[in-house]
Write a protein that binds this ligand. Structure first.
Ligand SMILES: [Zn+2]
Length: 430
């Protein structure tokens, strides 16, 4: 069976006529798009297909979006383990995937035998689903083991038990995980590959990880939660040319995805026959493309993508925390009235302190009448410390846990609107 669609029109035609799901028929019809069969290519003129948003995707259940019946799971190993709880390992029986083949052209990237998955996005129930929905992403002969994001010591025991030499996790968890590995007697020098997903990489975290995992080739992955194990873009610790462009620049996987840009937004189409193909999906990130880029790592010249802020500027995820504009607005309403307007700009920075990475938020507010007194600033600071939630934690809890610096409050009469911005260095190249 051909694993790819022969053309973008074929992909559009396949999902339109699917007997298993009417997701695209419904979504496109709602947006006024109906293919005109009297025209060439059965009327599936790709450029006129409406762009899908996250809301469109969330409006349908996972089962309702599947274009084929889900294939049976292939578990090959279940170990009771020496850890406190059983360790589930999945032994892939699929042939080496072209996806892995694509990225294996990166020099010194050797696909390893074992992985411990430690990301809140990839862990738990997401993995079996991804295994069955996109088997091509899992090369044969590799044992996949689950870590537990809420129990790093247990995860470290699993890593030791399966002699993990490849870890997939978020940058912030990778930093924390070193201590647990050492505590259970598993030397971090044994980690030969590390793939980081789910969060942007700053120079602080990049430099620290190179020190903490001295033998690892670190792959920074750009993916989308909506396309599990998507690996849309990657940059390795050997890509010094890419890094010069931006810390958020990636080699793009043009074999498996078709990338477009719509008014500065990234639009992605999956070209492989997976259970839920995405067609012209607005990922929600700003992007700038550079064609025919030659990198120092030796990866074949091609398109790179420089990823910017979130398109709507309303949220940002970094360092294990999520900052939301609506949460800033909620807390600002508790601040003394007549001192500030509702306008703000929240800059998120990251700094290294010893073996820790700290998120350092800077909140710039617009004063109503001149710069407020220091007591007022202190009062607002206090409210944010106690009230502002960055995911499950308040800022105070994150500060006490050693993950964050207390929020810095500044005033600037020229601020307008409500915006959350990534670390300044990540906006280079825009
Ligand atoms: Zn490179």
């Amino acid at each position: 069976m051909n694993e790819y669609y022969t053309s973008l029109e074929e992909l559009a035609r396949e999902v339109w006529k699917s007997p298993h799901s009417d997701f695209y028929r419904t979504a496109w019809s709602k947006k006024g798009y109906v293919p005109d069969s009297r025209r060439a290519g059965n009327g599936f003129d790709f450029q006129n297909i409406p762009i899908l948003t996250k809301e469109d995707i969330l409006s349908e259940s996972i089962a309702g979006k599947m274009y084929e019946p889900v294939p049976p799971m292939r578990f090959a190993a279940l170990s009771s383990g020496t850890a406190s709880r059983p360790c589930v390992s999945v032994h892939s029986q699929f042939k080496l995937s072209p996806v892995a083949g694509y990225w294996n052209r990166m020099p010194q990237f050797s696909y390893s035998s074992y992985m411990v998955l430690l990301s809140p996005i990839l862990g738990g129930s997401a993995l079996p689903l991804a295994l069955s929905s996109n088997p091509a992403a899992f090369p044969s002969g590799v044992i996949y083991s689950f870590g537990d994001v809420n129990n790093l010591n247990l995860s470290a025991h699993i890593a030791r038990e399966v002699s993990a030499d490849h870890i997939v996790t978020t940058p912030s968890l990778a930093v924390l995980f070193v201590e647990s590995l050492r505590d259970c007697g598993y030397d971090p020098v044994l980690i030969k590959n590390m793939r980081l997903v789910g969060e942007p990489i700053t120079s602080a975290v990049s430099a620290l990880l190179k020190k903490l995992y001295p033998n690892a080739v670190i792959i920074f992955s750009y993916n989308s939660t909506e396309i599990m194990f998507s690996r849309m873009g990657e940059r390795s610790s050997l890509c010094s040319e890419l890094e010069k462009v931006s810390l958020n620049a990636f080699h793009l996987n043009e074999e498996d995805f078709y990338f477009e840009e719509d008014e500065g937004d990234l639009i992605v189409t999956t070209l492989r026959k997976i259970l839920f193909p995405l067609i012209r999906y607005r990922v929600g990130d700003r992007v700038r493309f550079v064609e025919n880029f030659h990198c120092s790592c030796g990866f074949p010249a091609g398109k790179i993508g420089i990823i910017g802020a979130r398109s709507d500027g309303k949220s940002y995820k970094i360092g294990g925390a999520i900052f939301r504009a609506e949460e800033v607005a909620r807390v600002l309403r508790i601040a003394p009235p007549n001192v500030i307007t509702g306008d703000f700009c929240l800059h998120i920075e990251q700094v290294a302190e010893g073996k820790r990475i700290l998120t350092a938020p800077i909140l710039i507010l617009k004063p109503s009448n001149g710069i407020p007194q220091p007591e007022t600033a202190a009062f607002i600071f206090d409210i944010f410390l106690k009230e502002f939630r960055v995911g499950a934690k308040t800022i105070r809890e994150a500060v006490e846990g050693g993950f964050m610096k207390p929020i810095e409050i500044r005033f600037d009469p020229s601020i307008r609107g409500c915006e959350i911005l990534p670390p300044k260095e990540l906006l280079a190249g825009f």
